[in-house]
Write a protein that binds this ligand. Structure first.
Ligand code: M6R
Length: 608
């Protein structure tokens, strides 16, 4: 969850590290710290709160040196205090460690160390790493880190500096991503390419149980068993400006607006309109197995899970495959028993979500085939699945996921259409879906054009403390996603419900202070949704309808109407959700929330 950036090269490290931390701040932001090495001198500082506070403190400090490590934290063990921030150090202040992940046997290790007389100064699990590396050090930092890796259980991405070994950094991973960046100003190591894209697009992904010794001129990678590994660099597709605001007040708003482009990117090179069949190069390795598949389980968390829930309805409509959707955090503990030829589809923007990773590992053990729908190229899920489809949505910096949700939906439609065309769908049906997919960016820009109208609705209702979101079928998951967006960034309590369930409980809450957002396209569920709206109005609940443009019936019934263009049923969620995203965004804005960095949340949930 936290962010790591390390640098060693020919430029002053302090500014480069601070800049890297700012780009990683979305990964965790309750405290931060950095250490810079100049020969055998290491200057360091930690601060509670945002990176700006750390920057304020180090600005006055004399921090010379062209190598250093830095960290932005999302607390797991111990409150966000200065003592618990990283780097963590040994008592002699020789070893400086920054760490993402959780050391699971830290209590046992801590007890053992305390028996040897070691005094702990923080409540973190990371501090054991600093003590162990210091004890294991006999002049070779890489070997000290290796020996420590053999003693610890759990997950980590670490960056280590030792006072006695200037001119080198040692980094290691197990479970938490680390990427080495090669540039003409030196080498970077970070948990996320965002920290280095300004300097390089040439990267190497460290793999499980590997460590790297990094200097200004090069790096060597070896395994925990000291076996050296050759690896060539890859080019990342992200540009520096992808991680900039470019005039928008928040990344979330920028990313909402980017959706016309990210949908095009998800479709680019993947459509064959004449044949009514998409092309998905990433699934070629498993094509035979996919053709034999009649049972799929989609596993994911949060917003990606809701994409999976829409996906189930899409697969039902377009294919003959039975699809289940499971929260990865539950699925990993289920008694798994798959029919032959089962595919697990893991959906994850980051490709690093701990529960989703654990779920696919468990499914693999039980013999299922694995497919990933992932945005971050080279991420753990993309590497551990048998095949996959990338979103190509570019970096998503806002903690609330927006553009990735819509690209996940587009990819699910493409996959279902491809399989469906080999099962029950005719050429005409395939061509129609492709034509409608191609129309999405223009239709989506019509939803964006209503931003002012949606902002006015948010202004009217943002002080209401409880909201209900209702939808049916394809839009039931959109109700849940709309509610999640609102609670994540505005801290307003919101519930997303299948509209048919309203009478089974939530109707008790309806009153004039509780707005209901009803997603009501002109589909087979339309009349049933209208009945739900009547039920709410009879109890004086305000209704904000997300309806199809030109719907006259709703204009007389709902208090507010947000219109989305007409599109085939399976694609309506892609337009409706953008209205929900904007509504959440503007409510949070009127409530003066920290929209891109909502409290307690982090972008990538790499711990269970
Ligand atoms: O990176 P992932 O897609 O695996 O992340 C899953 C969830 O943690 C994520 O969608 C989370 O719910 C977001 N904060 C939603 O806005």
């Amino acid at each position: 969850m936290c962010g790591i950036v390390c640098y060693i090269g020919n430029k002053p490290a302090k500014q480069i590290l601070l800049e890297g931390l700012k780009r990683l701040e979305y990964r965790g932001y309750d405290s931060a710290g950095l250490a810079v090495q100049d020969g055998k001198k290491i200057s360091w500082q930690r601060a509670v709160g945002k990176i700006a506070e750390l920057e304020r403190r180090v600005n006055g400090m004399d921090m010379k040196g062209t190598s250093g490590i830095a960290h932005t934290r999302w607390a797991t063990h111990g409150e966000p205090t200065e003592e618990n921030a990283h780097p963590q150090v040994d008592p002699e202040q020789n070893v400086f460690v920054i760490h993402n992940g959780i050391i699971e046997n830290y209590h046992t290790l801590k007890r053992k160390l305390e028996k040897k007389g070691v005094e702990f100064r923080s409540e973190t699990d990371t501090e054991v790493l600093a003590h162990l590396i210091a004890m294991n050090f006999e002049g070779d930092l890489s070997q000290a880190v290796r020996n420590t890796m053999l003693q610890v259980e759990g997950t980590f991405g670490i960056g280590v500096m030792h006072r006695q070994t200037p001119g080198e950094l040692v980094v290691a991973r197990r479970g938490s991503p680390l990427i080495i960046g090669v540039s003409d100003v030196g080498h970077f190591v970070a948990s996320d390419v965002a920290a280095m894209v300004r300097y390089t697009d040439q990267v190497v992904h460290l793999q499980e149980n590997e460590l790297a010794r990094v200097t200004a001129d090069g790096f060597t990678i070896s395994t925990v068993q000291a076996k050296f590994v050759e690896r060539t660099t890859e080019t990342v597709e992200w540009q520096a400006e992808d991680a900039e605001l470019n005039g928008f007040p928040h990344f979330m708003l920028k990313e909402i607006y980017e959706q016309t482009m990210t949908i095009k990117n998800a479709l680019r090179g993947r459509l064959e309109p004449g044949e009514g069949v998409p092309k998905l190069g990433g699934i070629i390795p498993v094509w035979e197995r996919l053709m034999a598949c009649r049972h799929m389980v989609i596993v994911a968390c949060g917003t990606s899970y809701f994409a999976g829930c829409v996906g189930r309805y899409i697969f039902e409509k377009l294919t003959e495959i039975d699809v289940e959707v499971e929260l990865a955090s539950e699925f990993r503990y289920r008694k798994l028993n798959f029919p032959p030829n089962t595919f697990i589809i893991a959906i994850s923007q980051s490709g690093e979500t701990a529960d989703t990773l654990a779920a696919i590992r468990e499914a693999k053990r039980k013999g299922a085939s694995l497919l990933g729908i992932v945005n971050v190229v080279g991420s753990s899920i993309s590497r551990e699945t048998d095949a996959g489809i990338y979103n190509h949505a570019g970096p998503e910096i806002g903690v609330a996921s927006t553009k990735n949700f819509t690209s996940q939906l587009v990819i699910l439609v493409l996959l279902a259409l491809l399989l469906g065309r080999h099962q029950k769908l005719s050429l005409t049906e395939g061509v129609e879906v492709i034509r409608e997919l191609e129309s999405l960016p223009v239709k989506l820009s019509k939803v964006l054009a209503q931003a002012n109208h949606i902002e006015a609705i948010a202004q009217k209702y943002h002080k209401c403390n409880n909201w209900l979101f209702l939808g049916r079928k394809y839009n039931y998951p959109i109700a849940m996603e709309g509610a999640l967006k609102l609670k994540e960034i505005s801290y307003i309590h919101a519930e997303g419900y299948a509209a048919g369930e309203m009478k089974h409980g939530p109707i008790a809450l309806i009153n004039p202070q509780m707005p209901t957002v009803a997603i009501i396209p002109e589909d087979e569920m339309y009349e049933k949704m209208i009945s739900n709206i009547h039920e709410i109005k009879s109890r004086k609940g305000p209704v904000i309808a997300i309806a199809v443009e030109g719907d006259q019936k709703l204009k007389g019934l709902a208090d507010e109407v947000i219109e989305v263009p007409r599109v085939i049923d399976i694609l309506n969620p892609i337009l409706a959700v953008v209205a929900c995203q904007l509504l959440a965004y503007y409510c949070a804005k009127f409530l003066h929330r920290d929209i891109d960095k909502p409290r307690n949340l982090a972008k990538s949930v790499t711990v269970e």
